[in-house]
Design a protein around this ligand. Structure first.
Ligand SMILES: NC(=O)c1ccc[n+]([C@@H]2O[C@H](COP(=O)([O-])OP(=O)(O)OC[C@H]3O[C@@H](n4cnc5c(N)ncnc54)[C@H](O)[C@@H]3O)[C@@H](O)[C@H]2O)c1
Length: 322
């Protein structure tokens, strides 16, 4: 399993002056990512449906920039917009904010996500009467955790490829940088997640979105794609199981640990097509192992034929209905 190592110097060098669009930035992992990007001198346009927390973060970062003694600030900026990611136009407006301010977008990061409400799958809740109720909260969960992510990725391809990188900007000193999308899935997107039905389905889908993009994005748009798969991370999402986790001294990420992996994927032009499992503050690419052991889990002959089939499909141009 290959470890993904966070590089302070690479992220400093490659993210300074870069323009970043991010969803789910008002708290938790998203907020930690906004703060870290801002400290590196990036211009972050972040959206969230929690307006109070989003505006408070924008204010505190703006205050910290202006209170630092002249010239010593990071040079970064943070701009908030209220966005419900289920709303296509609101996600678009976030990209438009960034593009109209800087004529360019370099990185698109999706962090917005919610756990699902319980009560839809337990035998005590599910019978021939209750099954007649359309489980709208489960549909909404999929809409937030998967549908909006697919739409966000589609927008990112269009906006990121419509302008050239800020490497020509006087602010940016990066010598080797390429644009990218960083999505946030979960360990629940790689393995089973007890009690999480819609969430797990959606998070597997987010890994699928990254896989759909990992060849297609770089070849057709010059945009890389990676996905972060955190294990337990100390945010409000974990509240229900935090005590049990801590009692057993299980590994726990801080939101900043996960933010560092997001920045590493954004900054390193060599990183593409990875699913970075983050546990106890360290990141490991699970895709490398899955690809390398293909003959073991698919069978040697199947693997050979499968890879030939992938070659025939290429980037999929003949596959989809036109
Ligand atoms: N905390 C963990 O243990 C953990 C583990 C694996 C994956 N994740 C994933 O990490 C991401 C960040 O989660 P977190 O732990 O920081 O939780 P969090 O609740 O602290 O942050 C999620 C953010 O997304 C925002 N959001 C939710 N729905 C939205 C919507 N419809 N429109 C706009 N904004 C919306 C929330 O307001 C919040 O600011 C999520 O995608 C989550 O599924 C978290």
């Amino acid at each position: 399993m290959s470890e993904v190592i966070y590089s302070e110097s690479l992220t400093d060098q490659n993210l300074r002056g870069k323009v970043v669009v991010l969803t789910g930035g008002a708290q938790g992992i998203g907020a930690a990512t906004v703060k870290l990007l801002h400290s590196k001198g990036a211009h972050v346009f972040f959206g969230d449906w929690d307006e109070a927390k989003g505006l408070a973060l924008q204010q505190s970062l703006t205050d910290s920039s202006s209170s630092s003694s002249s010239g010593s600030g990071s040079g970064g900026s943070a701009t908030f917009r209220r966005v419900d990611v289920r709303n296509h136009d609101q996600q678009l407006a976030l990209f438009d904010d960034a593009l109209s301010a800087h004529k360019n977008i370099d990185v698109a990061i999706q962090c917005a996500g919610v756990v699902e409400p319980g009560g839809w799958f337990e035998p005590k809740d599910l019978n021939l009467d209750t099954v007649r109720t359309d489980p709208v909260p489960l549909r909404e969960n999929i809409e937030i955790n998967l549908t909006s992510v697919l739409l966000f990725s589609r927008m990112a391809l269009a906006y990121l490829s419509s302008s050239s990188s800020t490497s020509s900007s006087s602010e940016s000193k990066s010598s080797s940088f390429s644009k990218s999308i960083v999505l946030t899935s979960s360990i629940a997107g790689i393995t089973e997640a007890p009690g999480l039905f819609a969430y797990s389905s959606a998070k597997h889908g987010v890994v699928g979105t990254m896989r759909a993009l990992r060849r297609f994005g770089p070849e057709k748009y010059g945009v890389r794609a990676n996905v972060i798969c955190p294990w337990a991370t100390d945010t409000q999402i974990l509240a229900g199981v935090k005590a049990a986790w801590e009692k057993q001294r299980m590994p726990m990420n801080t939101p900043e640990d996960v933010a560092k992996m997001i920045l590493q994927c954004a900054a390193d032009e060599k990183v593409n097509g990875r699913a970075v499992f983050v546990a106890g503050g360290r990141g490991y690419d699970t895709e490398e192992g899955i690809d390398r052991t293909l003959p073991e889990w698919l069978g040697k002959e199947n693997a050979q034929v499968f890879l030939k089939g992938q070659e025939i499909l290429g980037l999929g141009g003949d596959w989809v209905n036109k």
